[in-house]
Design a protein. Structure first.
Length: 69
C-alpha cells in the first residue's frame, strides 16, 4: 500500500511540474502554435483525472483493509 501512496505522491509532483512547465512554455511560445493553451489545459486535466481515479482506488482499498480487520 505504501508503494501506491508513493506513486500518488510522485503523480501529484509530476502533475504540478507539468502544469508549471506548460505555463512557462506558453509564455515562451506565445507567438508559436507548438502548444496551445487549450492543449496544455487538456493535458493537465487528463493528469488530474488520472490522479483522482488513483486516489479513489486507494481509498477503496483502504476501506477494504479496514473491513478485514
Amino acid at each position: 500500500m505504501s508503494s501506491n501512496k508513493s506513486y500518488l505522491e510522485q503523480l501529484r509532483k509530476f502533475i504540478n511540474d507539468t502544469e508549471r512547465t506548460i505555463k512557462e512554455t506558453e509564455v515562451k511560445l506565445a507567438s508559436s502554435e507548438e502548444i496551445s493553451s487549450e492543449e496544455g489545459e487538456r493535458i493537465v486535466k487528463m493528469l488530474k483525472e488520472h490522479l483522482a481515479l488513483q486516489e479513489a482506488e486507494e481509498a477503496r482499498l483502504s476501506k477494504e483493509e479496514l473491513k478485514k480487520k
